[in-house]
Structures are given as structure tokens and as C-alpha cells.
Design a protein around this ligand. Sequence first.
Ligand code: ATP
Ligand code: MG
Length: 395
Amino acid sequence: HMPLFQLAREVMERIEAYGGEAYIVGGCVRDLILQHEVGDIDIATSLVPEEVMEVFDKVIPVGVEHGTVIVRHRSHSFEVTTYRIEEDYRNYRHPERVYFVSSIEKDLSRRDFTMNAIAMSGSGDIIDPFNGREAIREKRITTVGKAEDRFEEDPLRMMRALRFSAQLNFSIDEEVYSVINEKKGLLEHLSVERIAEEFIKLMTSYSYLEGWRNLKLTGVYHYFPIFRNRPFLIDARPATRLTDWGELISFYHLQARDTDVKEWITSWKLSNRIRKKAEKLIEAFHLFEENETINYAMYQLGEDYLHSFRNLTSSLGIDLSFDPRDTYDNLPVHARNDLALKTSELMDVFPERKKGKWIGEYLHAMEESVVQGTCRNQKHELIEWVKEWDQQNRN
Ligand code: ATP
Ligand code: MG
């Protein structure tokens, strides 16, 4: 990731040449110190958005009123934000106002945890007024300032503490932890989307078990949709790491069969894409449970979800006796279109019948039979098979 930092340095140099200050800040500095892979690079600057827009040709004004613009530099994006503090958190949601401030130290003081409140200049100078580096070295999560105040300002920080602890395998300072215990009721005020974002990050972390344990011990999960009504759900602990919402919903549905997918989607405000995935995984799991239909289960599941099916079953503690990918690859057909008997040819087999919904049913029966190996995917065999099937079905 050296090149990315080199590009960020070029951005910072341009700002400095204009007379401004610039530092990389937040998660990327933390990850750099940890020698983790760095995703995005955020830059803090003394310049106001209007000035940043003058410095660079390609700028996307994503949140000018909050001081943020995206600078495009050699096909990379950098979030450049004016030094600011946030005040007047009303209803525990978004700050009523942000104020631009003149020093990086002030900007760092509004940040959530000391490990996230470190700045680094283009030449490598570090500004670390809250001893974030020491916290990182000791793998500790602690707030900038009093936990009580900072969590009252923005209760999401409690969720972030739990999430970071799972992601980084850091421990939360005892006093911060006890404030979470005390103040968790404030999570009531947050939008479900913000909680959802942290919850899924926590559950898909490598140290998700640590995260899960903390959700349980603090009782924070009482403020989550679904879990609120079914607190026993938290006892369902994935045996291996899940990697997305689709897998997570399927896991809980199969572990404790009284949660349905639609309820997850509505109450956590998730997308239709996630709903579709969870439904596919659950359907495939039921077919798999019926044992003799493993081929058909993989066929129905489709190529995109094979890997998730493996993740799901291992989270349920099941050792598969087959490889989903191999099984899928060895299927005689992968879609209805691959059948050797086409729709028009099927109609020729039953010339007395009009077009209708029987066609879909017959194609479906042929698919299942070919996939399960009771009929080969050859035209004349399919014709014989479908005639016989028709006889049996009419009686
Ligand atoms: P990651 O991107 O890996 O989730 P991150 O630390 O970059 O971790 P972001 O949500 O991208 O987290 O936020 C960037 C920085 O902004 C944080 O490092 C922190 O300094 C600050 N920050 C983000 N959310 C909050 C918050 N709710 N309260 C205070 N500071 C915050
Ligand atoms: Mg980030």
C-alpha cells in the first residue's frame, strides 16, 4: 500500500503549497501503525471546502456543510475534511452544528477513541495528544475524554467500541466497559441503520466471538431489532465466522426457527438483495437436509452462493461430506436453458395441449430429474421420461 500513501502525500503537498495544513487521520493512521491493510485514507486540513475546491481540479462536494469533499487524484479518492468540532448533539443523533476550528489538536479531540485520534503529516510527523499509540501498543480501546460524556454525545460510540474490539482483537478499558453497561439504554435513540452497520461489522470480524461475548455480557443486544423480542437468540453462537447479512440471517433462522427472513429485512431495514440471498441459502439448506437432493440443492442455490453455503453450514457446526463447488461444477445442467429438450420440443410431445402453466411444471420436473441423475440430459431420454412422468402425474 506504499503507492496509496505516496498519492496521499502528493495531495497533502498540494494543500501545503496553497498555504494550508494537511494530515492523514483516523482509521488509516491506526491501521498503518498496526501494519494492517489500509482501506481509505482520510485527510484533515485547515483549509475550508471552498479553498480545497480551488486547489484541485477534480473535487466531489459530498458534505460541504460538514467540511468534507472528496478529492480525486490519479484515479484515487481521498476524503478531505476541514478541521472541525461537533456540538449540540440533539436527540443523540446528528450534531446540530459543526464548527470549523483552526488546529489539528482540536479536531483530534472530537474523535471517539484515542487509537482513532492520531494524525500524521506528509513528512511522517505524528500528532498524538491522547497517547493513541500507547493504547494501540497495549491493544486497548479507550475514549478521548470521559466515556460517560462521549457516549452521551453519540451513543453509537458504544457500538463502535464493541465492533473495534472484535475487529482488532483489542480489549475495552474496564471503565469504558462499565459505562457501556450503564448507558446502553441510549442506543434506543439511534437509527437502526447505524446500529446495523456496526453489528454486521462486529459479527463478520475475525474475533467475532469476542464481539459476540461482549454483546451478551453488556446486554447491548437488547436494543437490537429481533433480539429485543427474542433475547434467547443471543445464545445461538456461530461455530465459525459468518461473512455477510445473508449468511447471518440464515444462521439465526436455522438455529432458532421462529425468526423469518422478512422480519429480519424489515426490522433491520435491509435490502432486497440480502433477502434474496438469505432465502436462497435457507431453501438450499432444507434441500440439503433431505439428503438425497444435494445435487438439486446446489443447482437451486446457484454459483454465486456456493461459498456462503459452506460458511453457513460450518457456522451451524456441520461438516459437509461434499464440496459445494465440485458438486455444482459436476452438475449435468446449470440452468433450465441447458436442458436438451426445449420448450417447443416439449410442446411437440403433447401436441393436443395449449400453452399454459403446465410447461413450467414439466420443465421443472425435468430439471430436477436431470440434476438428480434419474434421467440423462439427452433429448430422446427426456422425451421418454417426461411421457412417463406425465402418466404418473395424471393419475
Ligand atoms: P473503519 O473505516 O475501519 O471502520 P475508521 O476508524 O476509519 O474504521 P470511520 O467510521 O471510517 O472509522 O471513521 C473515521 C474516523 O472518524 C475515526 O477513526 C474517528 O476518528 C472518527 N469517527 C468516526 N465516527 C465517529 C463517531 N461516531 N464519533 C467520533 N469520532 C468518529
Ligand atoms: Mg474508515
